[in-house]
Write a protein that binds this ligand. Sequence first.
Ligand code: HEM
Length: 205
Amino acid sequence: MRKLTPKAIIALKVVIHAISLAFLALLVIAINTDNLGGDPVQGIIHYTGISALNTLFLTLLVSPFAKWTKQGLLVRVRRLLGLYSFFWAVLHLVAFATLDLGLDWRLLASEIVKRPYLTVGAAVWVILLLLAVTSTQSIQRKMGARWQKLHNWVYLAAILAPIHFYWSVKSEVAEPTIYIVIAIGLLLARWKTLKQRVCRKILSS
Ligand code: HEM
């Protein structure tokens, strides 16, 4: 297989923008045409939550896929996918805070403290926020070795996000269970690298 060129990576980034914006357009169209089922507010919260989770998983798939296909340049699309995951997570939180709670910040805080599935969702949200704000190359350079340590938290986010999903449903656990299995699969795919990092940490402490 021919190696991807930097130009091909730019084209791939354009495709990622186009697909993400198309999914956003689908949501806007569904809202305007009343096509979000019996409870449109829940519909928006579900759509944005699933989109955040799917893009988070896609972000984590990039490295193993790049290794498997020996296409090292592919890792250049990881940041963009990660930012889109955070983008959907922002819409998800905004939808819940405005449409469900009427922008009552105190109520939002008390709900997050009171309901464990929301506490877990908020933890994932904060991790994604930290990863997004530290994702630029200049911050990566400034942070040095601490950058990788911080960005390893993405694995915690990847396992907590489907747990938040699982906990949020009442009875239909099949879909969130599949997501938990995928998360474990993604962690196993990165297991060798993770093990090396943990061993290095233990040896250096
Ligand atoms: C402060 C942060 C967050 C809050 C307040 C929050 C809130 C919620 C709420 C209220 C629901 C719907 C529960 C129901 O059906 O009654 C939900 C579901 C969900 N959330 Fe979150 N969430 C947060 C963060 C996240 C993040 C960061 C992700 C993913 C990366 C995520 C992914 C999901 C998924 C996949 C669902 C299930 C959607 C479905 O039922 O189809 N959430 N969340």
